[in-house]
Write a protein that binds this ligand. Sequence first.
Ligand SMILES: NCc1[nH]cc(CCC(=O)O)c1CC(=O)O
Ligand SMILES: [Zn+2]
Ligand SMILES: [Zn+2]
Length: 377
Amino acid sequence: MSFSNLVSDIAFRDARVDDGSSQVSHARSHRSHATARSYASTAATSVSISGEVSSQLHSGYSHPLTRAWQADRQLTKDMLIYPLFITDNPDEETSIPSLPNQYRRGINRLVPFLAPLVRKGLRSVMLFGVPLQPSAKDALGTAADDPDGPVVQAIRLLRSRFPQLYITTDVCLCEYTSHGHCGILREDGSLDNAQSVDRISDVAIAYAAAGAHCVAPSDMNDGRIRAIKLKLIEAGMAHRVLLMSYSAKFSGCLYGPFRDAAGSCPSFGDRRCYQLPPGGRGLARRAIQRDMAEGADIIMVKPASSYLDIIRDAKDLAPDLPVAAYQVSGEFAMIHAAAKAGVFNLKDMAFESTEGILRAGAGIVISYFVPEFLDWL
Ligand SMILES: NCc1[nH]cc(CCC(=O)O)c1CC(=O)O
Ligand SMILES: [Zn+2]
Ligand SMILES: [Zn+2]
């Protein structure tokens, strides 16, 4: 067998051990087959080949394993946080039409739902409270830290039933305020920053005291990271409670399904005076640096796929902190809708979008795809 034949034979065998999962990787193997032939014949004539050698890239990713080696980091189950919507109606289990496969669940539905996921390797959930009784909402978001409310109850329940599960809690008022804004309002309808920070830090402390491992304020009031950190220190919980900041949270179109799920749409106006403007890269960088200085343990960027440059900025500005990215409800719903329309395969796109998020610099991904990833990984 000539050298040239041997090389092609190896290339061909590699093509056969290839996962064969897509036309593209099959076509790639054929290309590397052809390349191996021409490289071999060049070598045989002992011409200077340095230029041609450095032009060869296919050799580095002709096999599923070597393709995996090309990524700085690969998605693992440890990186995933799954958002859960918990209502104040204990037996509720209601699907959310704009958020495929996701449900609002009452406290009695949580353990049966989560047990199989925990068995499959679920490591962390993020809790969102959804009060359904209209009486539960007021101007101060009083229900947010109600000791009998769904979030505090869920923290206690999940800590006792799933001791290994890491409990993160979104901290905000918009699900609990009558006006649906993420804080306490002045008479003119603008956020009263000082009052809001005081209230939101109290809510964070209540979740931490109930046993949350992590509190994650999503309200975007200025100074809330410092306020929460100081109260955690004062309460003797700073050593055990992680503070994850939604540092770079942008306003825009992508939270619609979430607001359907959580009933947290503002009753007037919008969130553009506190969530960041989509073009505001400088503001995002300042918010990230500010939150690091105020004591954040993890920096989060949200949404994810339209803000990959911000994720990279976060990793560059905070190289010593984990960076999280929230693939939000609108991103998830878009991927589902496009898959349904035949644009692509759902699983392939779920992986591709997540690879982009990891490549940008995130090491933690909050995603509604988590139950599926537990099967796919
Ligand atoms: N402040 C509450 C909050 N926390 C997380 C999300 C969005 C999550 C998603 O869309 O999946 C929101 C909605 C909003 O700010 O309007
Ligand atoms: Zn909010
Ligand atoms: Zn909020």
